[in-house]
Write a protein that binds this ligand. Structure first.
Ligand SMILES: [Ca+2]
Ligand SMILES: [Ca+2]
Ligand SMILES: [Ca+2]
Ligand SMILES: [Ca+2]
Length: 238
């Protein structure tokens, strides 16, 4: 993940170390090089999988959010603005399979950063906190017909249909498809069950890019098991 975490004008890196269960911070020097910083670790996080950022306590300083698959929880590391994340909060994500992906977006228009977590059975939506509440409001979970309950492999939050509300694309690695869900702007999505689009075998990433310059974001997937790309042109009429 690339973001200016210490607000010095240079992009920094935060990386999940899958086998060490910690997060490496690399501080950008502004010339393409990085200075290794401290590593973030918490014994209560087992099998860290994914990381995103946002200002979750609305103090103007970037924070980190990470999910751990085996312990089934979400951690928020609150930034101090001083290359440190001394305060952290853990949230259980409920029963079922562990979380593997997390992304941040504003889903319900209240100005507080929200989170979408992909789990093996579907999605968990967490509506943001602020003003010192330090908790998330769990929204209605979204069940998805994931193939063989196979693990979701990529999650992208973006605006697809021109209504200004954030939409969602999730890759289903075992099902060779992506799911599309359109945001209603209140923290819920439609349609359910979601739209399904076939892609190549074993999609592992989704890139949103306007390839034909018509102002609509198109989707490109990388398909690991056949070394191909699939391009999905956005033909939404708007
Ligand atoms: Ca920086
Ligand atoms: Ca913050
Ligand atoms: Ca929100
Ligand atoms: Ca939309």
């Amino acid at each position: 993940m690339v973001v200016d975490l210490d607000r010095d004008g240079s992009l920094d890196l935060a990386v999940v170390n899958d086998f060490c269960d910690d997060i490496s911070l690399l501080w950008g020097n502004g010339d393409g090089s990085f200075t290794p910083g401290n590593r973030l670790k918490d014994e209560r996080l087992a099998n860290l999988k994914s990381l995103t950022f946002g200002d979750f306590d609305r103090d103007g300083l970037p924070d980190l959010a990470a999910v751990a698959k085996d312990s089934g929880n979400l951690a928020i590391f609150l930034g101090s603005g001083e290359r440190d994340f001394p305060r952290r909060f853990l949230f259980p994500l409920g029963p079922g399979e562990g979380p593997t992906l997390v992304r941040q977006a504003e889903l319900n228009g209240d100005g507080k950063a929200d989170l979408v977590v992909a789990k093996e059975g579907g999605l968990a939506l967490l509506l943001g906190f602020g003003e010192g509440e330090r908790t998330f409001r769990p929204a209605v979970p979204v069940e998805l017909p994931l193939a063989g309950r196979g693990s979701p492999s990529a999650l992208t939050l973006l605006e697809l249909d021109g209504d200004g509300k954030i939409d969602l694309a999730l890759a289903d690695h075992a099902g060779n498809r992506i799911f599309l869900l359109l945001g209603r702007g209140d923290g819920t999505f439609e349609p359910l069950p979601p739209l399904e689009l076939d892609v190549g075998r074993g999609p592992t990433s989704i890139l949103a890019i306007d390839v034909n310059d018509d102002g609509r974001l198109d989707l490109l997937t990388t398909n690991q098991e056949e070394d191909t790309l699939t391009l999905l042109l956005n033909v939404t009429p708007y």
